[in-house]
Design a protein around this ligand. Sequence first.
Ligand code: AMP
Length: 373
Amino acid sequence: MTAPLPPGSTIGILGGGQLGRMSALAAAELGYRCHVFAPEADSPAMQVAAARTVAPYEDPQALAAFAAAVDVVTFEFENVPAATLDRLEPLVPCRPGVAALRVGQDRVLEKRFFEQAGVAVGAWREVTSRDALDAAVAELGLPAVLKTTRLGYDGRGQAVLRSPADLDAAWARLAPRPLILEAFIPFEREVSAICARGVDGAVVTFDVTENRHHRHILDLSIAPAPVAPEVAAAARGAVVRLAESLELVGLLALEMFLLPDGRLLANEMAPRPHNSGHWTMDACLFGQFALHVRAVAGLPLPEPGRHHDAVMKNLVGPEVYARWGELAARPDVALHLYGKAEAREGRKLGHATRLLPPGSVAEAPEPHYLSPL
Ligand code: AMP
């Protein structure tokens, strides 16, 4: 067992986005310093970091200097090249390690890993040629979703195929990148579960969250998800099984589809803090960023201790962001803004969590009525 990092130690964070920013803020509460490594200057995480390196993820000198300057490394961005962690791992503990990063970066590896760990997934086929796409469509039927295996997020790099006439256009747009075809899942809800696993193997989980998307981007997270207790238990069990089978140290988030018959099918995982866990910062005694930092630093992991129900709204794009003043005036809303210089369309600029008395979500006729906006 590794001793906890003493206060004053430095946590290295690969990636400069809002997840790194909120991790760095949580680390500061425990007396840690954060050194952010990212290619972009003045990124949300850099603004609150004690030290920064602005360099490409592939820069060997910058990585060696970074490894020498920090006590442990984590990442907030799952598209950090695996080669970057390969280079760092011999020099400094990396939590989570490269194995979790590799699996989380590739939808085919992810699907195989879910199946090996006994976590159910929808039907899927690897697609490596135009002929293979025809064969996969013949096997899975339509509708189906064609996705790039790597670098897709917020609905980018995917196409819904509804009729055979859609195949050519989808292929033209997404190939020659490696692709995966997934059967279209007629889900009732989308839910996610997040767990934190410590250096000693202890695991804690957060309440399961329901997620609603708008234009493929997470819009609302509703916690606790209004699902049957056995569904919630199964979702928590699945993410724990995955974290244990990866021997992951840190956070793992698992997005799942809930079918009308109560079955869960895993969609994708992220070995890092997750947008659908932002509500935990304000509605739990120990939120996802606090538990992430604790896991990475080798500290004990207390139960999250949720004390409120919560509905989190992402502030995406300039129009919603413009309402920050109204949200800041609300006594029931915790507002978090990410310090992004440019308020572009489709960009996550902040989030607002409405805190509600326990039981509010279960009693609401439609939980999205409880949204802060
Ligand atoms: P993803 O990038 O895989 O998280 O997909 C983004 C969103 O597209 C998901 O949150 C779902 O709303 C939808 N989606 C993705 N894959 C499927 C699928 N196989 N069946 C139905 N909807 C899907």
